[in-house]
Design a protein around this ligand. Structure first.
Ligand code: ADP
Ligand code: ZN
Length: 709
């Protein structure tokens, strides 16, 4: 059996060997047994049911909660030459009848379905009339009522056990905890399933957490080494998402915003672009991520602290699904703690709930201030023991220096106390450093005993110290959210001299900026390989556009990289590249060989900039934002906008976001006087410094096209 499975793996999928426990799982299911599979994101769950499906007779039925995920998998399978289809609400009645007929004729090997579809009595009866190879239940944790992805329809999937007693069932999830696991077994009636539990470690992710100093500058330094990579930047608020996306676009890093406040179609459009294009950055709130299967996300950056380690693990886990190196990078500072604690205090929910959330936040904070291996700490939180430090996180690689902060910590706490437990860190540090300023004098704080006692440390060292005091719960942040600090009872032993305190020594920002830019992920493609790499990607993109699928469906990055490194010169050599199965070899082998041999020019992307401009403008983007996205000047954007308006492809309102009054004034300027419309140059002076000249071209184009009608 395993031999047959190996052959399918190589012939269809083009891979040489199974990963982790894939082999054992496939053997179990292919021979008719049930299985419960827990594997982290990127572990390779899909093959666990796709290979058995190909080994067994009949139709394989895959239950999946999200249409986007289904479409992605179906497209991937079709590219491999496997007959797969998704039955969901996007199909017309006729398409559905058509599909049913194909299924009856045995022309479909794998059918993807939403759970609510599957459990309809008619559907169940239909399936009972067929030979079924297996049932795969993806994202099986959706059956858990305690999780955040609960889907009521999943509860009804238990009946498959009774209705199809001889059909093997495999449930898969990337959610680890024990309670969820038991719930899956119970509710899906999987008592006889063999359990396959993998480690939740994501070995290809490099973790780095840096103190937040100038977050935008730090982010740019991090991005500098990752120019054409795709990544996600998480921020807490919608406003910040917008600002950071605009900022990055201005700085030459094409970025799109994503948050729940954007109109649905714009959000969907951004998501689609992120999936289909290379090198785009998605700046997002936590609303972004569910169902994002893009395998070549090379980094996940956090500009704000996640609320829990669960969230941190899940969000960072969206990087590196393809198994290639990826970065999890975060800038974190005291302000994050203040903000989250305040949110928590003001949140609805009872005290018990708040305590639980507080607990989770504390665990997140200790990861940030951790002096040992980050990965060991993270896995320990999920009850997994990692005996040795990982050697693949900032703490392991850079080492962490600690220092005896007992005495300064007492001074810092004393400064909180003496100033009346209500000031923020800025003022406290001023007092400790003996600064002579308005605020200090107006409160008479220059007379305090702590005034000026802290000159041995720098301002940033004091800030770091306060941050760590709060993270360790020795000082509290006020509930009102002004950032004032108070003593916590737990600081008493320290004040009384009964304990000592070792703290992390923050690296200087210049140092972190330098080290943060380097990681295995940033070195994935070496300088001299760049040109050919881009040529391979361009060909992939062209093929993807022709087939209407995302680029990674043609070939994952790992396959392109292997082509780059092994430089195959014949189809036979190409066939040996991991990820090149028989079908893809036949379809694409020659084209990629040509690019590798340098015979073919890298194809130009066919996307039409003008077309895109219109879509963006209709979606409500400003000319400046559009310029950032299209990587061209704002002036250029106005020229194209004016052109589109002239052709009546866009209305003036869609193109410009001008206050009504000002718009009226501009229109009047053109309409004053008799006969011909004045030229832009003739009215430009009236609006110098008030509106960009491009606006005038747009308005004139609109008026002209009206006259011509
Ligand atoms: P998951 O669903 O667990 O997140 P996927 O099934 O999407 O993971 O697989 C992640 C990536 O790893 C995919 O690009 C897949 O083709 C690849 N992959 C899976 N198994 C293997 C293997 N045995 N050898 C090489 N690549 C694999
Ligand atoms: Zn480590």
């Amino acid at each position: 059996m395993l031999e047959q499975a190996q052959r399918v793996l190589k012939d269809i999928f083009g891979y040489d060997s199974f990963r982790g426990r894939q082999g054992a799982i496939i053997e179990r299911v292919a021979s008719g047994g049930d299985a419960l599979v827990l594997m982290p994101t990127g572990g390779g769950k899909s093959l666990c049911f796709q290979v058995p499906a190909l080994l067994r007779d009949g139709l394989a039925v895959v239950v999946s909660p999200l249409i986007a995920l289904m479409d992605d998998q179906v497209a991937t399978l079709e590219e491999l030459g496997v007959a797969a289809a998704a039955l969901n609400s996007t199909l017309s009645a006729e398409q559905q009848r058509d599909l049913a007929a194909r299924i009856k004729r045995g022309e479909v090997k794998m059918l993807y379905l939403a759970p609510e579809r599957l459990v309809q009595p008619r559907m169940l009866a239909f399936l009972q009339s067929l030979e079924i190879a297996l049932f795969a239940i993806d994202e099986a944790h959706c059956v858990s009522q305690w999780g955040h992805d609960f889907r009521r329809e999943y509860l009804q999937l238990g009946q498959l056990a009774e209705l199809f007693p001889n059909v093997p069932r495999i449930a898969l999830t990337a959610t680890a905890d024990k309670r969820t696991r038991e719930e899956i077994v119970d509710r899906l009636h999987l008592q006889n399933a063999e359990r396959f539990l993998s480690s939740f470690d994501r070995p290809n992710i490099f973790y780095r957490i840096v103190p937040k100093e100038q977050p935008r500058k730090q982010l740019l330094a991090f991005l500098a080494e990752r120019r054409s990579d795709a990544g996600i930047v998480y921020c807490l608020s919608r406003k910040k998402v917008e600002e950071v996306a605009a900022f990055l676009s201005e700085q030459g890093f094409p970025a799109l915003p994503y948050h729940a406040g954007l109109p649905n179609d714009l959000r969907a459009y951004h998501q689609k672009r992120f999936l289909n294009e290379e090198g785009l950055i998605m700046v997002a709130t936590v609303a972004f991520g569910m169902g994002i299967d893009k395998p070549n996300v090379r980094f996940v950056a956090h500009l704000d602290l996640p609320k829990s380690l669960e969230a941190y693990y899940q969000e960072t886990g969206r990087g590196g699904r393809d198994g290639l190196p990826a970065d999890a990078w975060m800038a974190y500072g005291l302000q994050d703690v203040v903000m989250l604690k305040q949110l928590l205090q003001n949140s609805e929910g009872d005290e018990r709930h708040k305590r639980l959330e507080q607990h989770k936040l504390d665990a997140m904070l200790s990861l940030c201030e951790e002096t040992r291996c980050r990965r060991q700490t993270l896995l320990a939180y999920f009850d997994e023991d990692m005996p040795e430090p990982c050697g693949h996180c900032d703490n392991c690689v850079d080492g962490v220096q600690t220092w005896d902060a007992t005495e300064p910590a007492r001074q810092a706490l004393s400064a909180i106390f003496r100033t009346g437990q209500r000031y923020g860190v800025g003022h406290l540090v001023d007092v400790l450093l003996g600064k002579d300023n308005e605020k200090v004098r107006s409160f008479g704080h220059q007379h305090l005993s702590v005034y000026g006692v802290g000159k041995a440390l720098s301002e940033s060292e004091w800030r770091s110290l306060y941050r760590q005091l709060v993270a360790r719960g020795l000082a509290d942040v006020d509930h009102e959210g002004y950032g004032g600090l108070r003593l916590n009872d737990s600081c008493r032993p320290l004040l009384k001299g009964e304990v000592t305190l070792e703290l992390r020594r923050d690296l200087k920002p210049q140092v972190t900026a330098k080290t943060a830019s380097k990681s295995p992920a940033s070195q994935l493609v070496r300088g001299e390989e760049r040109e050919q790499w881009e040529a391979l990607r361009a060909l992939r993109r062209k093929l993807a556009e022709e087939h209407g699928v995302p680029p990674y469906v043609i070939f994952p990055d790992s396959t392109l990289l292997e082509m780059l490194r092994s430089q195959p010169t014949s189809l036979a050599e190409m066939a040996r590249v991991s990820g090149v199965g028989a079908r893809k070899l036949e379809r694409y082998g020659d084209a990629f060989l040509e690019v590798l041999g340098g015979a073919a020019e890298a194809p130009k992307p066919v996307a039409d900039v003008r077309h895109e401009l219109i879509t963006l403008a209709r979606a409500g983007m400003t000319p400046l934002q559009i310029a950032g996205q299209l990587r061209c000047s704002e002036k250029n954007v106005y020229t194209m906008l004016a052109e589109a308006i002239g052709k009546q492809q866009l209305s003036l309102e869609q193109a410009l976001d001008l206050p009504e009054e000002l718009m009226g004034e501009v229109q009047d300027a053109f309409l004053d006087g008799e006969g011909e419309l004045p030229s832009v140059a003739e009215v430009a002076e009236l609006f110098a410094g008030r509106v960009p000249e491009g606006v005038l071209y747009c308005v004139r184009a609109a008026l002209q096209s009206e006259f011509e009608m």
